[in-house]
Ligand binder design. Sequence first.
Ligand SMILES: Nc1nc2c(ncn2[C@@H]2O[C@H](COP(=O)(O)OP(=O)(O)O)[C@@H](O)[C@H]2O)c(=O)[nH]1
Ligand SMILES: [Mg+2]
Length: 256
Amino acid sequence: MANYGIFIVGTAGSGKSLLTASLAEWLSKKGENVIALNLDPGVIHLPYNPDVDVRDYISIDELMENYRLGPNGALLLASDLIVDRITELNREIEEFNPTYVLVDTPGQMELFAFRVSGPLIAKELAIEQKMVLYLFDAPFCANPFNYVSNIFLSAAVFLRFMLPQLNVLNKADLVPEKTVKEILEWSSTPNALKSVFDRYPRGGDMYVLTRDLFNALTRLRLDFSLIACSAKNYGNFVNLHASILRVLSRGEGETT
Ligand SMILES: Nc1nc2c(ncn2[C@@H]2O[C@H](COP(=O)(O)OP(=O)(O)O)[C@@H](O)[C@H]2O)c(=O)[nH]1
Ligand SMILES: [Mg+2]
């Protein structure tokens, strides 16, 4: 059975596919036995060659034609149909006997995380230890209001999968180093973010709502610590890998 399954989850465009590609390459270069599993039935171009590919079993074009669906309806149906292909996917994975399975999830996060099928698929894949790597998009999160909304998504994903989860700030290469440091500080020190909110004009609806939501989140005692990386230039992959191993070995989330 495969040892480690890393489900890469995040909003559309956060870098799931590129991180699957670069992390697979980086781990392979280290001599690890790693495979990439594509679970996105709708993707056309991928930055890697998937070792196991759900598109071998499910075709969006055929679903559109056979069920007279538009692209969105076909994608929804496709994400549910994956459940029926678990046996085949497991058989393929088994043949590689890998240490790591990097699971690239559908572009639109809700197709995987917010359907009944997503967590079911995660549960049924024959992999010993599983975790979620949840991606924050650095340019998006440079704005503290956006950052807080993304923490909510991360908490929602954790609630859906109840798997050990590591939060990652991807695309760190696209913002100045100072900004990366600032976002990391927000994630490790809630008071740092509170003082940022205090700089914004008080009384605005967005200010009040974001501040209160953030206060509610910090009371949940979930850990939203971020680790920065760049899927584009392999930035900080040594530390990312160490964090992944830590989460897997503890068998519990950074978010617990
Ligand atoms: N500069 C930079 N671009 C990135 C990074 N990660 C992803 N991208 C780019 O962001 C876009 C969306 O990435 P993709 O992996 O397709 O996102 P997905 O929808 O989450 O799978 C692509 O153009 C990627 O090349 C990164 O770390 N740095
Ligand atoms: Mg993708």
